[in-house]
Design a protein around this ligand. Structure first.
Ligand code: F6P
Length: 472
């Protein structure tokens, strides 16, 4: 039976070396959380990096077998590869450019060379797994060259690609010295998916301007093939979050937090450490709320979870320092013996504890400067079965296209941001329930399973379409 080979930079399981030996933990980030619910079906395999550097061949064999038993095939990367391909080209060139932070981007030929070499390494790993009838589904910006590499090796293969981050305007993309190679790499796929129509339009415009290919209704005519492009807003495993929030464990945790916080109202913020997430702006907006509405002083606390991420990349280390300083400054200025304005956690939380934070939070602040989609916004909505809670969402997150019943804000507008916080805190229960009901229906319906089905159906359709065009 044909299988699907999922390929992404990081596996949904990360292996870590501890004093007690190797541990296997779920990876952070939207991609792993989103697709984690589906890859084990039907003999599918997930190819990716397990997150650690090998010490010897015994370790390699042990990890390969352990992950293999759970439908994963590891691609091991060296420290030099991680430095140049992952921290370098992926996260210091592509990530800032695609998120509209070109001032942070570096353009190092050595990083580009490593990016090409590691994409080639992934290509070999996929070819070792994929049988002739299998479908290959490549994910995200770390592997933009992989579709064309796979196509060269297997001209008949069915290859899909999905981008989990924004695709920038042509004016941003054209700055990259390797823009043409990157677009050509993507065009090896049969179907290229984006979270929104906006990202898709940017991609089509870049293909027209830089490669000169004709595009009609999401179909790109290259000299040799036809490639289909479409928008597929990614969803979450809705029921999993509903169940986690309803579980006894979440209710008990919530009770413990509630006791500790006293009568304080709770605003929640959860992100990976990233300058695209608008964490510093969010802190400033919270400070502005206390300044403009002193009645909230000692009445509202911000629980801020920042999950460690990419701390070897200079901008991330600098941001960590900036956040530490801001939290310190605001807390030292406003705190009282019985009240802390900001409860700041720099670590990841297991799902059970996240679920209790979602239950507890009367307001969720999801205010990135740019975000491909943002699944935290959808997780919060799914967790609010009692119809109480307000989502404040940045208009620059992909999720804003769907969750229009959130309070939408522009994250650079600090006054608007602080005003939305106030509005959320005084919103009547009835309005909260109405807004949540509409959003929950949408998140329930367009979940990660329907997302996968839609993508896979379109991929099959793109093959039929190519066949028809070729025989016409
Ligand atoms: O959504 C973008 C993304 O890079 C995903 O590919 C990944 O799952 C997540 O962010 C976390 O990033 P990293 O693997 O660099 O920790």
């Amino acid at each position: 039976m044909p299988r699907t080979i999922i390929v992404s930079n990081r596996l949904p399981t990360k292996v870590q070396r501890t004093d007690d030996g190797l541990t296997f933990q779920p990876s952070e980030g939207g991609l792993a959380t989103g697709l984690g619910s589906i890859y084990r079906q039907d003999g599918n395999v997930w190819v990716g990096w397990p997150g650690l550097f090998l010490e010897d061949a015994t370790e390699e064999q042990y990890i390969t077998e352990a992950l293999g038993a759970d439908s994963m095939a590891p691609v091991f990367l060296t420290e030099a590869e991680i430095q140049d391909y992952y921290e370098g080209f992926s996260n210091s060139t592509l990530w800032p450019t695609f998120h509209y932070f070109p001032q942070f981007a570096t353009y190092e030929p050595a990083h580009w060379a490593a990016y090409v070499a590691v994409n080639e390494k992934f290509c070999q790993a996929v070819l070792a797994q994929a049988g002739p009838g299998d479908t290959i589904w490549v994910h995200d910006y770390q592997l933009l060259l992989l579709p064309a590499m796979l196509r060269a090796a297997r001209p008949e293969a069915t290859i899909g690609f999905f981008l989990h981050i924004p695709f920038p305007s042509y004016e941003l993309l054209r700055v990259l010295p390797w823009r043409t190679e990157l677009l050509q790499g993507l065009l090896g796929a049969d179907l290229i998916g984006f979270h929104t129509f906006g990202y898709m339009r940017h991609f089509l415009s870049a293909v027209t301007h830089l490669l000169g290919h004709a595009t009609t209704n999401g179909l790109i005519e290259t000299p040799t093939r036809t490639v289909l492009v479409d928008a597929f807003p990614m969803g979450i495993d809705y029921e999993r979050f509903v169940e986690a929030a309803a579980a006894d464990e979440a209710v008990e945790h919530e009770e413990v937090y509630r006791q500790a916080l006293g009568t304080s109202r709770v605003v929640l913020s959860i992100d990976r450490l990233d300058y695209t997430k608008g964490i510093a702006q969010r802190l400033l907006a919270f400070e502005l709320l206390l300044l403009r509405y002193p009645e909230w002083v000692s009445q509202v606390s911000l629980i801020m979870v920042v999950v460690p991420s990419r701390d070897q990349v200079p901008q991330y280390a600098a941001l960590k320092q900036e956040i530490d300083e801001l939290v310190g400054r605001i807390n030292s200025q406003y705190r009282t013996i019985g009240w802390n304005p900001i409860h700041y956690f720099y670590r990841s939380f297991p799902l059970e504890e996240l679920a209790s934070l979602y239950r507890l939070a009367e307001v969720a602040l999801v205010t990135p400067m740019r975000d491909g989609m943002n699944l935290v916004a959808k997780e919060y909505v799914a967790s609010k079965a009692d119809g109480r809670g307000v989502l404040i969402l940045s208009e620059r997150a992909g999720a804003a296209r769907e969750l229009s019943d959130a309070l939408l804000i522009n994250p650079t507008d600090l006054v608007g941001h602080a005003e939305a916080l106030h509005q959320a805190l005084v919103m009547p229960a009835e309005e909260q329930a109405q807004r949540l009901e509409a959003m929950r229906a949408l998140v329930k319906r367009y979940n990660v399973f329907s997302w996968t089905r839609l993508f896979m159906d379109q991929l099959t359709y793109s093959k039929i379409k190519q066949h028809t065009l070729a025989t016409d």
